[in-house]
Design a protein around this ligand. Sequence first.
Ligand SMILES: Cc1cc2nc3c(=O)[nH]c(=O)nc-3n(C[C@H](O)[C@H](O)[C@H](O)COP(=O)(O)O)c2cc1C
Ligand code: SF4
Length: 327
Amino acid sequence: MSKVFEPIAIGGQTLKNRFVRSATWEGMCDKEGRVTDRLIDCYRTLAQGGAGLLITGYGVVRPDGIQLPGSMRVYEDAANPGLKALTDTAHAGGAKIFCQLVHVGNQASSKFIGTQPIAPSAIQDGTSPELPREMSPGEISEVVVAFASAAARCKACGFDGVQLHGAHGYLINHVAIKLTAADNLEGGFVLEEAVSAARRLEELGIDAIEVSSGTAAAGKMGPIRMKLDEPSKQGYNVESARVVKAAVGVPVITVGGIRTLALAEEILASGAADALSLSRPLIREPNLVNLWADDPSHSATCISCNGCFKPGLKEGGIRCILDPVSA
Ligand SMILES: Cc1cc2nc3c(=O)[nH]c(=O)nc-3n(C[C@H](O)[C@H](O)[C@H](O)COP(=O)(O)O)c2cc1C
Ligand code: SF4
């Protein structure tokens, strides 16, 4: 059996294969941020499509941490029935499910959250819609507590783990993190710093690290790169994952531009990562992992155009805007 289809353990959970559905904001929650039938259907299809682990689109831990409409909110008891239905659906389809937790900080807008966005410093960078307010040390602790209570809620609702998005963190069992290898901005966060952060996170008990890179301000070097029409442009975070993996013992997951089974196999065989995360290819072909199991020569038909965002903003949910894949 190809290694990509072998099980892997993350934080005491055994995934049936090495494929992860990378966290993908679906924009399918209702105005209160509750899980809808449409979101449940989306996860049923994803779970049946073969990936061993589904990571939810970012779930917000506090009202002032919301960026996009239709985001899942993980801070009120009223959210619990929907979250439980989501985990039941993933489990019924044979997948594990982690909830990605986020507070978007300076990327929020006061028009949306009704208050000035918060950040560690009052600096408006290329990702901030407006000048954020500097947090006090007490407020930083409050955000940590918000992450912890959201994680506890996720556990109570049947999630198999949580993934912390970015640098905000609070560490408990069954926690993975999606870490930026570099923000790809001049004078910004670089790979050596990501390696130090990864080492420290491992000391603190993190169970897995997903390596991404870039921010919305990094243009062509952002986290969701377009026009991956040549093999050399694909797997664009693999080399950073390799460097992080050499520094830690916990499983490392690479995300970004994985479009063929051959590339997935090569990544594992070369020891650059332990698992493979996919976002856009599973929007277009949620059953891609099963397709690869049946036909290893199949290439993902996603053309990395990022057209799926607009329906998420305008039509109550992301979808691929290309013609459906013919059977
Ligand atoms: C519509 C859409 C929504 C996304 N939402 C999230 C998110 O909620 N959290 C996150 O960490 N990354 C998010 N991403 C980034 C993906 O997880 C992934 O890192 C990126 O798309 C590169 O992988 P890919 O080439 O397989 O698409 C999103 C990407 C897309 C296309
Ligand atoms: S719109 Fe379709 S083809 Fe374009 S990035 Fe999204 S899933 Fe891929």
